[in-house]
Design a protein around this ligand. Structure first.
Ligand SMILES: Nc1ncnc2c1ncn2[C@@H]1O[C@H](COP(=O)(O)OP(=O)(O)OP(=O)(O)O)[C@@H](O)[C@H]1O
Ligand SMILES: [Mg+2]
Length: 294
């Protein structure tokens, strides 16, 4: 089986999980890779951004003030969570929305914030994983990116059960070391609880990536020192944490427009930043691929 499913994971909020997820996926799709995005976060930020960029909305969403002709999307991740491995009853357009030749999304359910799904039982926890297996989703795409919420919940478990790798953006600050330590503990615990699943298909750490970093040349000494302290910290030494060399740099357009994508503006310095991140990500995956292919 291909190993190409990557969860964007950090229990800390606002560190750039959704932004990196959508930018990396969009960049790869613009460079001839087939990519599937999965919005596992009930906040639905990834879905909002993609819907705005590609002019979609769910039938229950009202028209926004903007005078746009939205296409209706029937696919939602809620349908995946209710998926019960009855393969015959599946209409693929209720699960996956095709955006163009290379990019597709399993959108979040923008209604999901209204119903608490703290524990859906093991059937729904495994539903995303089972859905991906039953329909050989890994084989249909080069990469699959899962955007996770900042809390540890049913959603995170469901995402990690379906993943091969996880990648974690962090802001370099004095809480980062404890944050990474906690993240690894949470993943470790999950691996113990679901040991059969993870023995069969490993879940590997792809790397921690520093985000919210100013443009090259204007990074202050204090921040450089902070990054070094984190990378060399005693606490993290035993955990074998891999750090991306390239950080995710600040681009002032990103927070201003939800339909902004770096790969649409090729002249931008961010494009080069993103290109380096993607190159590292692809190299890390090759490096981590198990020699014995399943
Ligand atoms: N490279 C960047 N340059 C400028 N702003 C950024 C960058 N990356 C992220 N942001 C902004 O930082 C904020 C948080 O980013 P984002 O929503 O991606 O974080 P998150 O980790 O997904 O948050 P949450 O935990 O709530 O899901 C957003 O307003 C986003 O636009
Ligand atoms: Mg997010």
């Amino acid at each position: 089986m291909k190993r190409n499913v990557i969860a964007m994971l950090n229990m800390k909020g606002g560190v750039g999980k959704t932004t990196l997820c959508k930018e990396i996926a969009y960049y790869l799709s613009a460079n001839d890779k087939k990519v599937l995005l999965v919005d596992v976060d009930p906040q639905g930020n990834l879905t909002q951004s993609i819907f705005e960029r590609f002019n979609f909305k769910h039938h229950y969403e009202s028209e926004t003030a903007r005078n746009k002709d939205y296409k209706i999307c029937t696919a939602t991740i809620s349908n995946v969570f209710e998926y019960t491995s009855i393969v015959e009853s599946v209409k693929m357009e209720d699960f996956i929305l095709k955006l163009n030749e290379n990019l597709a999304i399993i959108p979040g359910d923008l209604n999901a914030v209204f119903f608490e799904r703290s524990s859906g039982g093991s059937e729904s926890e495994n539903a995303l994983k089972n859905f991906m297996e039953d329909f050989e989703i890994r084989e249909k795409y080069d990469y699959i990116f899962l955007d996770c919420p900042p809390t540890f919940s049913f959603y995170t478990t469901a995402a990690l059960l379906a993943s091969d790798f996880y990648m974690s953006p962090i802001h370099p600050d004095s809480y980062s070391i404890l944050g990474i330590d906690l993240l690894f503990q949470v993943v470790d615990r999950l691996k113990k609880v679901y040991r059969d699943r993870f023995k069969a298909f490993p879940l590997d750490h792809l790397g921690v990536i520093f985000s919210n970093i100013p443009r090259d040349g204007s990074t202050q000494q204090g921040m450089k020192d902070m990054i070094k302290d984190i990378q060399q910290s005693e606490v993290l030494k035993g955990l074998n944490v891999h750090f991306f060399n390239e950080p995710f740099r600040i681009n002032p357009y990103i927070p201003k427009k939800i339909d902004y994508f770096i790969a649409d503006s090729k002249s931008d310095f961010s494009y080069e930043n993103l290109r380096k991140i993607v190159r590292e990500l692809e190299n890390n995956i090759i490096h981590l691929k198990t020699p014995v292919q399943q």
